[in-house]
Design a protein around this ligand. Structure first.
Ligand SMILES: [Zn+2]
Ligand SMILES: [Zn+2]
Ligand SMILES: [Zn+2]
Length: 227
């Protein structure tokens, strides 16, 4: 495990969820001493149970590498709860905010999410270092309801000009949705897993973001048309 990860630089590694899907963080600073004591007691280190900061039981897989922004394993199914714990611990809060706001594709709703994150960071009490707490979990809750720019199936398959002609500058079906509130396809959909279908598409900002905006006294531009 240690061979693949520069432990000095990366305190957190990626762990694969043992039930359900998704990638969590593993705090190596907590795990390594437990592995050492298991070895000292003559036990198989592979039998040491690993838990993520969000409390999921995870499997340590060395090839997944460190829990970082560049990791290809974390482009989808990244656990937001773990991710915020890592960001607060490593001091990468700005990168963490950019990660989620970018998914709005430049839409103003991304800025609303940024304001919500900033308000939570200024208000909620910091939790224990490297563990989930009120602040990190509230940030993760907002992150799960982030505005995501979506385009039609043709656009995502073949690209904008193939779908709507060379003069198209934007997909006419583009929408900014909340994927957490919308229905998305499960593992039965194969490569389309996680994609929204037509039956239940919830526009962003969803009521979760609006409740947070209300609580922090943030103005929501064009609120009525968004509903
Ligand atoms: Zn997690
Ligand atoms: Zn939502
Ligand atoms: Zn399109």
């Amino acid at each position: 495990m240690s061979a693949a990860i520069d432990y000095e630089q990366h305190r957190f590694a990626i762990g694969a969820a043992l039930s359900g899907c998704g990638y969590h963080a593993i705090d190596l600073e907590m795990l390594f001493p437990r592995i050492s004591s298991a070895q000292a007691a003559g036990r198989n280190p592979a039998e040491v149970e690993a838990f993520s900061p969000c409390g999921a039981r995870v499997q340590v897989i060395a090839k997944l590498g460190p829990f970082t922004y560049g990791s290809r394993w974390l482009t989808r199914l990244r656990c937001e709860r773990c991710s915020w714990v890592v960001a607060l611990n490593r001091g990468t809060v700005e990168q963490e905010i950019d990660l989620y706001t970018a998914e709005a594709g430049g839409d103003r709703r991304g800025e609303l999410l940024r304001d919500i994150f900033t308000s939570i960071l200024a208000d909620a009490t910091p939790g224990p270092d490297s563990q989930a707490g009120h602040r990190s979990d509230l940030l993760a809750h907002a992150a799960r309801h982030r505005p995501v720019l979506t385009v039609c199936a043709k656009c995502s398959e073949a690209g904008l000009s193939a779908a709507h002609g060379p003069s198209a500058s934007r997909c006419p079906h583009a929408a900014v949705v909340c994927q957490e509130c919308s229905f998305t396809a499960g593992s039965w959909a194969g490569e389309w897993e996680g994609v929204t279908t037509d039956e239940c598409v919830v526009a962003s900002p969803c009521s979760t973001l609006l409740a947070l905006a209300d609580h922090y006294g943030l103005a929501v531009k064009g609120r009525e048309e968004c509903r």
